[in-house]
Design a protein around this ligand. Structure first.
Ligand SMILES: Cc1cc2nc3c(=O)[nH]c(=O)nc-3n(C[C@H](O)[C@H](O)[C@H](O)COP(=O)(O)OP(=O)(O)OC[C@H]3O[C@@H](n4cnc5c(N)ncnc54)[C@H](O)[C@@H]3O)c2cc1C
Length: 399
């Protein structure tokens, strides 16, 4: 790898993550010169750690409704033009294989490093260049493009592509660089916030959850008008698990989260069936058939499972009452674990002035924003990488 930067490239990409590397490979393959700069020591570290090391690289159920944005239509065009199957084709060409884990989530059979290698091989084949450990000092407009001052010298570029991600996991090199560039060019930012993130609690709730740390159960979690049927996990700090991470993206501070411990099922019918099968048992011990014992004990302590020693003696109305409580359990998070553990950053570059066809900032031709820095945030399950691929593809194929 040479240490001097080229004096000019057709496109300069800032951020060698999923979106930046994929963009550069696609744009380079069109016969254009492209350089990717990153301040980190290694490229695409989030790909490496994703999906427990197997990268959940896409989701077969991809559609715009699985993304959160001020403009719910914005992602449609890019997602339609680069689909999960397009990325699977690319993986096949590189001899990589995959499997569906659950809910349309596709994971790599190989380690996630194989996907990084694929992206680097694609970049190389397209004649693109990558420079790591390079700090960006300043960005300015230049004749027919941009001038970028870096710790390794200056370079001019016809296009400047911001692919520097969001604020999640600062320990891994996340910065607000994209937002700084947006501010510099007077482009609006939708207030960034941690998303796909565990909730924290205080006081009695925190103590109660910590006491059963490690217990998981299927729930329907509801907040901000969205609901998800998946597992919730009690932790030392509060609540995590897929259902919780999903609703965290819709949650607003101060809001309660509603947990249905029957996961959308008919709670009253479940309790009636338990009564029929276990007339001599207490409610608490009968409930252990459908809920973890330690959770039932905790719910007893919180008054949600009353002391009813013989189910045979409990009226229909009373069981309906209990079912109501267990299917509308309101818990009030004190907050979230924040960017320290958030899988993504919601909010970001306002799509209002970006072209949905090309990701270009319409008031500053040649300036593009792709990937997580844009105000398009996917659900848990491969959607965020699919957005990285699709938005990069859309930008790379703009004339
Ligand atoms: C633990 C974890 C697990 C995840 N698992 C999944 C998963 O399985 N499936 C899924 O779809 N999504 C997953 N995600 C989300 C996914 O990783 C991101 O949405 C995706 O990586 C975003 O791609 P990006 O290229 O836009 O940004 P990033 O991957 O964040 O890349 C941005 C790059 O820009 C560089 N950069 C930042 N600031 C600067 C600067 N000032 N100067 C130079 N370079 C800079 C960074 O070093 C980085 O290399 C996970 C995230 C985390 C944290």
């Amino acid at each position: 790898m040479s240490t001097t930067l080229p004096s000019h490239v057709d496109a300069l990409v800032i951020g060698a993550g999923a979106a930046g590397l994929f963009y550069a490979a696609q744009f380079g393959a069109r016969g254009r010169s492209v350089l990717v700069l990153d301040h980190a020591r290694k490229p695409a570290e989030k790909v490496r750690i994703s999906g427990g090391g197997r990268c959940n690289f896409t989701n077969m159920e991809t559609e715009a409704a699985r993304f959160i944005s001020q403009n719910p239509h914005f992602a449609k065009s890019a997602l339609a033009r680069y689909t999960p199957w397009d990325f699977c084709d690319l993986m096949s060409r590189h001899g990589l294989t995959w499997h569906e884990k659950t809910l349309g989530q596709l994971f790599c059979d190989q380690k996630s490093g194989a996907i990084i290698q694929m992206l680097l091989d694609e970049l190389d084949a397209a004649g693109g260049q990558l420079r790591l450990e390079t700090d960006i000092k300043a960005v300015s407009r230049a004749d027919e493009g941009f001038k970028i001052k870096t710790s390794a010298g200056s370079v001019t570029a016809g296009r400047l592509v911001i692919a520097s991600g969001g604020l999640s996991i600062p320990k891994m090199g996340a910065t607000g660089f994209a937002y700084d560039i947006a501010r510099q060019f007077d482009l609006n930012i939708i207030e960034p916030r941690p998303a796909l993130v565990p909730f924290t609690f205080e006081g009695a709730e925190k103590d109660a959850f910590a006491a059963i740390s490690g217990v998981a159960c299927n729930v329907r979690a509801e907040a901000g008008g969205a609901s998800f049927d998946e597992a919730a996990l009690f932790t030392h700090r509060g609540l995590s698990g897929p259902a919780i991470l999903q609703v965290s993206s819709y949650w607003s501070p101060g809001e309660a989260v509603s947990l249905d411990l029957f996961a959308g099922g008919d709670g009253a019918a479940v309790l009636q069936a338990l009564k029929a099968d276990n007339p001599m048992k207490s409610l608490a011990s009968a409930l252990e058939v459908v809920l973890p014992r330690r959770l039932v004990e905790m719910l007893q302590g919180r008054g949600l499972v009353p002391d009813l020693p013989r189910l045979a003696d409990v009226s229909h109305a009373r069981l309906e009452d209990v079912a109501q409580g267990l299917s509308h359990w309101q818990v009030k998070p004190a907050g979230t674990e924040g960017y320290r553990t958030a899988e993504v950053t919601a909010g970001g570059i306002d799509t209002a002035e970006l072209s949905s066809k090309t990701m270009e900032f319409q008031r500053v031709p040649g300036l593009y924003f792709i990937g997580e820095c844009v105000d398009v945030t996917g659900w848990l399950g491969g959607y965020n990488f699919q957005w990285a691929w699709a938005s990069a593809h859309a930008a790379a194929h703009s004339d």
